[in-house]
Design a protein around this ligand. Sequence first.
Ligand SMILES: O=P(O)(O)OC[C@H]1O[C@H](OP(=O)(O)OP(=O)(O)O)[C@H](O)[C@@H]1O
Ligand SMILES: O=C(O)c1cc(=O)[nH]c(=O)[nH]1
Length: 233
Amino acid sequence: MSDLAPYKAEFLKAAIDGGVLKFGSFELKSKRISPYFFNAGDFYRADLLRAISTAYAKAIIEAREQTGLDFDIVFGPAYKGIPLATATTDKLAELKPEVYGQICYSFDRKEAKDHGEGGNIVGAPLKGKKVLIVDDVITAGTAKREAIAKIRKEGGTVVGIVVALDRMEKLPSPDGDDSKPMPSALGEIKKEYGIPIIAILTLDNIIAGMKSFATGDDVRRTEAYRAQYKASD
Ligand SMILES: O=P(O)(O)OC[C@H]1O[C@H](OP(=O)(O)OP(=O)(O)O)[C@H](O)[C@@H]1O
Ligand SMILES: O=C(O)c1cc(=O)[nH]c(=O)[nH]1
């Protein structure tokens, strides 16, 4: 973990100590079977929630300083993006009130509500606003594409995506043959939409970090998974 920025190393430690990183056999949204899983839903204790919102906020502040990333709304895709976006909005305002004291959060419903205020979006209206998506993990990019489409439909402009973990995986091959080299979901979305995607941690960081606490078997299976699904870019 020694070559990681201190805030990233602290976040990785919190994920490990909080049991957020799990080893076993997990079916992903993409249907791939993974020997490891990063469950952001397990950041449910106050100290862990603070650890993850601090990491997102620091990554966002760093991106503003380095590249001028600017936005009005932090958007969290349902479901696990919701507490992440809300807590990050609060943390940004706490760490840099002069810049982020008035920023807003917003999130979507997976199913539209047909009574009361109705609709798909809860929180700040997106129309005419610059929107930063905050989500847990990027694997095949499906959830990110869905979120971008929803935000655009509401009249918002997506200016970037921040995730806790880039699994560094290749896109599924159109012919279903996963042994072929394919580019990453992250790289393709960046190119296609012309937006930055910031990952606090990558699978490489996880593998380097897990060597200090995971079993040799878990390390080998995770390395084998990386070799099988690693993106070509
Ligand atoms: O397809 P990708 O964008 O690469 O990422 C995988 C996404 O799948 C999961 O969300 P899911 O839609 O299952 O919803 P959840 O937040 O309700 O768990 C997970 O939380 C990631 O955000
Ligand atoms: O790809 C996924 O579905 C996925 C991977 C992961 O590590 N964590 C998660 O919540 N979802």
